[in-house]
Design a protein around this ligand. Structure first.
Ligand code: ZN
Length: 252
């Protein structure tokens, strides 16, 4: 022991040390609680990469499959959202899921948003642009399978979507579509963009605001090239994340 240390000084140092440790512990616990609360309050976003497995979706003139573009984009959006949201993908690899299973998984996890991802496909190679769809029930007959962006309308195991469940989210779905489109347009990727209502089965059973994206036409040679470009996809993903952020800001 140093000759300069007096017993009362040791006592004093011990007391200071004790309170410092207590303070650090308290701060750590408070931070943990705050983190835990933040985790609990995180909104859940379900991303649905269209098609998969035997269902390749639309195909580009260079041989790009829609099912791969949708999965790549979903992964990028998930990465963009990961810090502030809980993100669930309906499919995480190249396999097929029927439409009710996709919507049901969003309902099952109590998602705050459901976003189904597709590309456009047309026998007209000049068809181009991005369209965001929100659900709107029509008075007329149910939409024909041909009008749905994916083909497998019939392979649904006889499941019937919960009728009218999505109606109460129709207005907020339209708002979400508009906010996302504004932010995607900031990226200046597509020359044509639009929002449309549609009676899509993929949206009909969703018990939360939901949007179906058709991110460009894979059958258009220039857009096929864009949709195969990681930088373009990443910019689309950023636009979608900003639109989602805007939606929840508005919601508060
Ligand atoms: Zn599709």
């Amino acid at each position: 022991m140093s000759v300069f240390y007096k017993p009362y000084m040791i006592k004093y140092n011990l007391v200071v040390m004790f309170f410092t440790v207590m303070l650090v512990c308290f701060m750590a616990t408070a931070a943990d609680t705050k983190n835990l609360l933040f985790e609990k309050q995180k909104k859940t976003i379900v991303l649905d990469p269209g098609h998969g497995g035997y269902d390749k979706g639309a195909q580009g003139p260079d041989g790009t499959f829609e099912k791969n573009v949708t999965l790549n984009l979903a992964r990028m959006i998930a990465k963009e959202l990961a810090n502030n949201y809980r993100v669930v993908l309906t499919r995480t690899d190249d396999y097929w899921l029927d439409i009710p299973a996709r919507t049901a998984s969003a309902n099952h996890v109590g998602a705050d948003l459901f976003i189904s991802i597709h590309t456009g496909g047309s026998f007209l190679h000049q068809a181009s642009g991005i369209t965001l769809y929100y659900f709107k029930e029509f008075a007329g007959p149910t939409m024909t399978p041909d009008a749905y962006p994916s083909q497998p309308f019939k392979s649904i195991n006889n499941q019937v979507p919960w009728p009218n469940i999505h109606n109460r989210h129709q207005k907020s779905s339209k708002v979400l579509a508009q906010l996302m489109l504004n932010r995607i347009n900031e990226q200046r990727i597509f020359t044509k963009s639009d929002i449309q209502d549609a009676q899509f089965m993929i949206l009909e059973g969703a018990d939360m605001p939901a949007v179906c994206l058709e991110i460009g036409y894979i059958t258009n040679p220039a857009e096929e090239k864009s949709l195969s470009d990681i930088i373009v996809l990443s910019n689309i993903a950023k636009g979608i994340r900003n639109g989602i952020d805007d939606f929840f800001e508005k919601d508060r």
